[in-house]
Design a protein around this ligand. Structure first.
Ligand SMILES: [Zn+2]
Length: 192
């Protein structure tokens, strides 16, 4: 179960680390690449079930100074696989705020995953490859385990990926998780 966060744990956020980071999308010449409809940016849900998330993009956060949440927190048990949402190139890094983090650079932009337990397959990856496992590293330490997921179209600023996540995780662009949860959602006093 979730351990309540202590105020001391709320000392920063991976979000701020991404400001100004504009990485070029990888150009793949994949002849074997399956055609992807425009609204299927994510071919695979980034986190395996059971998971839960809501549209918390843009919500006010105070960790590391006031800012708007630049991602969507996908909550799941520690060790739940995190998958590449599209073909691309995966790179891992570490920071005090994001902990163990993995970028996936694809043709349409890059995804950022924070607070991992550990990284998985790096380098060239296909959609669905396990690129890491859910944890609470970085400034999420002591809080609920989750994947802080950001989507940066064309390598630019993060945008709200809620609808894209719904399409990948549920096959529709509705209003969030509809599958019954196996346990009550963890409540964070100060999610990061
Ligand atoms: Zn977050």
């Amino acid at each position: 179960m979730a351990v309540p966060r202590s105020p001391a744990a709320a000392a920063g956020d991976a979000d701020a680390l991404l400001l100004g980071r504009g990485a070029p999308a990888e150009d793949r010449t994949a002849a074997d690449h399956m055609p992807v409809p425009p609204d299927r940016t994510f071919q695979v849900c980034p986190v395996d079930r059971p998971r839960h998330y809501r549209d918390d993009f843009g919500e006010p956060r105070w960790a590391g100074g006031f800012h708007r949440h630049q991602g969507i927190d996908i909550f799941a048990d520690r060790g739940t696989p995190i998958r590449a949402p599209f073909d691309g190139r995966a790179e891992s890094s570490a920071s005090w705020a994001g902990g163990i983090q993995v970028y996936v650079y694809g043709r349409q932009g890059f995804a950022f995953n924070g607070h991992l337990e550990r990284a998985g397959t790096m380098g060239n990856v296909k959609a669905g490859d396990v690129i890491g496992w859910v944890g609470n590293s970085g400034d999420a330490q002591g809080g609920s385990t989750h994947d802080h997921f950001e989507w940066h179209p064309r390598g630019g600023a993060a945008v709200d990926s809620f609808r894209l996540l719904n399409q990948a995780c549920h096959g529709h662009a509705g209003s969030g998780e509809k599958a019954p949860l196996e346990r009550p959602p963890a409540v964070l006093r100060d999610p990061v």
